[in-house]
Every structure is written in structure tokens, then in C-alpha cells.
Design a protein around this ligand. Structure first.
Ligand code: ADP
Length: 587
């Protein structure tokens, strides 16, 4: 549709109205002037006719020549055509023509009318004078003869006046038309300029949704209420956008704070919403997921299969799925149908990382297997010796030997059980945080530990040295830390070389206080440095078991370090020194 500017619309509306108005006015004024002029002329003609009649009355009309002469004279003086007609219509005098040359006038309308009503008038084109004329006739009784005095006047002046007036009106019309054009432009500008302004502002608002410059208050009532309404609308839109944004942010915040991965998908399995954790769990591309079909972006086939099954209404909607791409983590993936008024609209998938639980479960299973294995070995040998002891064939020395072996295996079992109980106690204290640490002199703990192992050390010809500042304090449960250091000295004796020194060193280093237990001996391969702290782990199973260990000593040390908010590690030093270090927070 072709759109015109407002000012042209106004102009096109006003212009025909103005043209019609002016034409109507011209017609009206034309006829009013004509009527007025006719009336005036008629009155004037009546006066003249009456005057002529009075003059004639006082004159004796004895000859036709005298009549004609008088009429001519009167006509000239009154600047009018005067005709005298007898009752038969015969012209007996005329100011402009010779009566002989004139027709019978009895049928002239004004004559007919005058005979009837005393006065008669008419307007018509005079063939004699070749112009428009007004005629007025009255009855004039003269010497008992009834004559008719007719006067007439040209109407040419009237037409000139009207023509002149029409010209003026047309000029005025043109001027008014031009004025209307200007006024249309002025008024349209008055309306369109603020409207353009409003339009621009509204567009800016739509593009930027920024309300910092609201629309001003215009002088025109309608424009002002329009700008106010638009301002109100903008504020309302702004409010709603903020509410929507806040709700979206809240939702995203909740989703992102959740410790589970969450994905919402529609019926076509297109991703509608997904939180960061889910993106991480499924190892998705940071930018291409929203709006994508799940099977295009999620590589794990089992997850996709579960989604399809849930959509199809499968009973089982929970599975443990290992996602290899994500460091082989195990997830519990749960799918639920999303329904609106009973109709499925999509699905919701929740992923929980159960890798740690799985690992703990494995550790527990391994632990049970290890404990069983560790206890099974001595029990099997005890059973074997008891069987032999039942035999009659054995002699006394064999009996004593078997009984000693049974005792040794029973002691070993006892040791294992003691260590297990010890470990379990420390672990539960660690979980409950029931251990109270106190500011203690480190050297005291080292000396107590050294005392615990003096006999054992002298059996192996080991010398235990202590290098520690007298005034070095640590926060510790002295009994537990003494036990840990003793365990490490015991290992130093067990696995170290005979006749070598075992050094206990205590010192501050950066933010830590470190306790080193150094012994000379066969060093542990770096690949085993972490593993030796696992329960029942031994570097050389049969040798180390022979050495009398339970495989739990370093685990106990590790947990004691934990309850002191510290840690334990081992390093291979120069000159064949194996170093175990307990590092604790510095006081
Ligand atoms: P165990 O009670 O059998 O000694 P530990 O947990 O104390 O068990 O030690 C685990 C393993 O670490 C031992 O079997 C041994 O192989 C190794 N180990 C521990 N301490 C030392 C050390 N000072 N030198 C060499 N190997 C050691």
C-alpha cells in the first residue's frame, strides 16, 4: 500500500473542501448579487417609469412626432431606453428607434404583465440592441387612453461586476489554497516531528532495551499521552524482562550449583537446557550443545540409548554408565519423562558421579579379600600343624616344634588383628575429629619413640640418633605421633642394613615442620612410593612377611599423619638412604 506523508493527506483532504466551498460561494454570491441588482434595477426602472408617466401627464401629445421627440429627449436625459406603447401594442414613441420600424409590442412579457397587474417586468436579450436588457412597463392613462410606458436598462454592467467578483474569488481561492498547503505542512510537521522522535526512541528501545532516555512530555495532549503510554509500556516491558532474566539467572544458578549434571531435552531429543556439570561430565563442546540433537553432541551411545528408552516409556530408567572420555568416570544416569497435562513433552536426565563410591566399594572389596587372605595363610598353617599333632607317629621334639609354629602363626594373626583394630580406631577418630592436638615438644616425642625401639635396634646393631631443636614445638597427640615414628623406626630396623645408623631429624621448613626417619638399606623403587602406604601392600611379599610385618604399619602412619593435618611420604636419598618424612603444619 502506498503511504502518503501526513501533510499531503491533510492537504488532499482540505483542498477539495476548499474548492467546493469557493465554488459554492461564487454561485451563492453570483445569484445574491444578481437578485439584488435585478431588484435595484427594477426599483430604479419603476421610479423612472413613474417619473416618465408624470412628465407625460403634464404634456399634451398632439402629434406622433412630438411624442417621439419628447421620448427621445427623456431617454437621453435619463440614460435609459424609454418606449411608449398604445393599448394595441403599437409603439408610439421610442428613445432609441423609430416607432415605424418596430414590431407590435403587445406580446412582450412585461407589456402583458403590466396590462394585467399595472406593472410588468422582464429580462431578455434584445435583438435590437444586441445585449441583455431589463424591461419594466407600467400603465399610463392619458386623456382617457390607456398607454404603456416601458423603460429598459442594459444589464451588461451587472455581468461585468459579477465577472470581476468571480475573478477576485478565484484569486482569493488560490491564495487560500496556498495558505492551506502551508498550514497543512506546518500542522503535519507539528505532529510528525514528535511522532518521528517517538518512533526513533521506540526503535532504539526495541534494539537496546535501554530505558535511560524515556520519551519527553509533548505540549500536544494526544502526543503527550502517547509518549506517556509508550514510556509506561517500556517500563512494563523492562520490568518483565528483568523478571524473566532474574528467573532465568536463578534457574541457571540453581542448575549450575547442583552437584549433579542435568539435561532437559524435548521430544525430538534436542537439548533445551544443560548445566555446566553435565557439559563437563559428558565432555561436550563448550559452545555447541543448546538446541542441538543429543545424538549429534553426546558421544556415549549408552546415554543416548537410555534417553531413547525413557522417551519410549521404558521401565528401567536408571543405569551406571562409564564415560571413557571423561577419565573413565562412572555415572549413575537417571532419566524421567517430562509431562504436561499427561502428554510427554520431553525428558530430564540427571547424571551423578559415583566414581568415588565405586572406588570405595572396590577398596572395601579388596580390603575384605586382603584381610581374608592375610588371615587365611596363618590359619591354614595352624590347621596343618594341628592335624600333624593329632598323629601318634610324631616325637616330642617334633611336637614342640609344631606347637611353636602354631604359636607363631597365632601371634601373627593376633598382630594382624591388633593392627586392623588400631587402623580402624584411628580412622574412626579421624572421621569423628575426636583427637585433640596439643602443643608438644617434638624432641620429647622422638626420644620416646627411640626408647620404644632401643632393644630391637640393639639386636640389629643399629644406632638411633636424634637431631632436633630442643625448643621445636608441634601440635600433636603425642601418643599417636610417637606410635607413627616408632612404626617408621621399626621399618628402618626391619628393612634397613644391620649395624647402620638410623637418624631421626626434626626441623622447620617453610610453613611445615618435618620429621625425617632415615635408614641405610635397599631403597624402594619410586613406582612403589605411593603404593606402600596402601593396606597390606608389601614390596616383596614373602620376604617382608618373613620380616614379621603385617603390611598395615605404613597405613597406620598415613592415618596418624592425616589426623595431624599432615602427610607422609618417602624419598630415596643419596648413599642408599631411605627417608620417610612426616610433614605437619608449623606451629
Ligand atoms: P609391614 O608391617 O609389613 O612392614 P608396612 O606397611 O610397614 O608393612 O610396610 C609396607 C612395605 O614397605 C614393606 O613390606 C616394605 O616392603 C616396605 N618398607 C617399609 N619401610 C621400609 C624401609 N625403611 N626400607 C625399605 N622398605 C620399606
Amino acid at each position: 500500500m502506498k503511504r502518503r506523508p501526513l501533510f499531503l493527506q491533510l492537504f488532499y483532504t482540505f483542498m477539495p473542501m476548499m474548492v467546493i466551498g469557493i465554488v459554492a460561494l461564487i454561485f451563492f454570491i453570483n445569484s445574491a448579487i444578481r437578485d439584488f441588482y435585478y431588484l435595484q434595477t427594477k426599483d430604479e426602472l419603476l421610479d423612472r417609469a413613474s417619473l416618465v408617466s408624470i412628465i407625460l401627464e403634464q404634456t399634451t401629445l398632439n402629434s406622433t412626432t412630438a411624442v417621439q421627440k419628447l421620448i427621445k429627449k427623456l431617454g437621453m436625459e435619463s440614460n435609459m431606453r424609454i418606449t411608449l406603447i398604445d393599448s394595441n401594442g403599437l409603439v408610439i414613441g421610442d428613445s432609441e428607434q423609430e416607432p415605424i420600424n418596430m414590431d407590435n409590442h403587445s406580446s412582450r412579457p412585461e407589456v402583458v404583465e403590466a396590462k394585467k397587474d399595472y406593472v410588468g417586468s422582464s429580462q431578455r436579450f434584445s435583438k435590437t440592441l444586441q445585449e441583455n436588457m431589463m424591461y419594466l412597463a407600467i400603465i399610463h392613462d392619458h386623456d382617457k387612453k390607456s398607454l404603456i410606458v416601458r423603460v429598459s436598462k442594459s444589464l451588461a454592467g451587472l455581468n461585468d461586476t459579477i465577472y470581476d467578483l468571480q475573478k477576485r474569488f478565484i484569486l482569493i481561492g488560490l491564495f487560500v489554497g496556498f495558505l492551506i498547503l502551508l498550514l497543512s505542512y506546518y500542522f503535519s510537521q507539528k505532529v510528525t516531528v514528535p511522532l518521528q522522535h517517538i518512533r526513533k526512541k521506540t526503535e532504539t528501545f526495541v534494539n537496546t532495551l535501554n530505558l535511560s532516555n524515556p520519551l519527553p512530555n509533548y505540549k500536544t495532549k494526544e502526543l503527550s499521552s502517547l509518549s506517556q503510554s509508550l514510556n509506561k509500556m517500556a517500563i512494563e516491558i523492562d520490568k518483565r524482562i528483568r523478571i524473566i532474566e532474574r528467573e532465568r539467572n536463578d534457574r541457571e544458578f540453581i542448575l549450575s550449583s547442583m552437584q549433579a549434571g542435568i539435561i532437559a531435552l524435548n521430544k525430538k531429543l534436542k537439548i533445551l537446557s544443560i548445566n555446566k556439570i553435565a557439559i563437563d561430565y559428558l565432555d561436550l563442546n563448550e559452545n555447541s550443545h543448546l538446541g542441538y540433537r543429543a545424538k549429534k553432541v553426546i558421544k556415549n551411545k549408552r546415554v543416548i540409548k537410555l534417553m531413547k528408552n525413557v522417551l519410549a516409556g521404558a521401565d528401567v530408567n536408571q543405569e551406571e554408565i562409564i564415560i571413557k572420555k571423561n577419565k573413565r568416570r562412572t555415572f549413575l544416569v537417571n532419566g524421567t519423562q517430562l509431562k504436561k497435562q499427561g502428554v510427554i513433552t520431553g525428558i530430564l536426565v540427571v547424571l551423578n558421579d559415583i566414581t568415588l563410591q565405586k572406588q570405595l566399594e572396590n577398596i572395601r572389596q579388596d580390603f575384605v579379600a586382603n584381610v581374608s587372605h592375610e588371615l587365611k595363610t596363618p590359619i591354614t598353617s595352624i590347621l596343618g600343624y594341628v592335624e600333624l599333632l593329632k598323629e601318634d607317629m610324631i616325637n616330642d621334639s617334633q611336637r614342640t616344634d609344631f606347637l611353636n609354629r602354631v604359636l607363631k602363626q597365632a601371634n601373627r594373626m593376633n598382630l594382624i588383628i591388633d593392627d586392623l583394630l588400631r587402623l580402624s580406631k584411628i580412622e574412626s577418630q579421624e572421621e569423628d575429629s575426636t583427637i585433640e592436638l596439643q602443643k608438644t615438644l617434638l624432641i620429647q616425642i622422638l626420644e620416646d619413640a627411640k626408647d620404644d625401639l632401643l632393644d630391637s635396634a640393639s639386636n640389629h646393631q643399629n644406632k638411633i640418633n636424634i637431631y632436633c631443636d630442643e625448643g621445636l614445638f608441634i601440635n600433636a597427640d603425642s601418643q599417636l605421633l610417637r606410635e607413627a615414628v616408632s612404626n617408621l623406626i621399626e621399618n628402618g630396623i626391619k628393612y634397613g642394613h644391620k649395624g647402620k645408623e638410623i637418624n631421626l631429624i626434626g626441623k622447620n621448613r617453610n610453613e611445615k615442620t618435618e620429621i625425617h626417619i632415615d635408614n641405610h638399606g635397599d631403597q624402594i623403587a619410586p613406582s612403589q612410593h605411593k603404593k606402600i602406604f596402601q593396606r597390606f601392600y608389601r614390596v616383596d611379599k614373602s620376604r617382608d612377611r618373613e620380616a614379621g610385618g603385617t603390611g598395615l604399619g605404613l597405613s597406620i602412619v598415613k592415618h596418624i599423619a592425616f589426623v595431624h593435618n599432615g602427610e607422609v611420604s618417602t624419598t630415596n636419598m643419596e648413599n642408599g638412604v631411605t627417608r620417610f618424612t612426616i610433614s605437619l603444619p608449623r606451629v
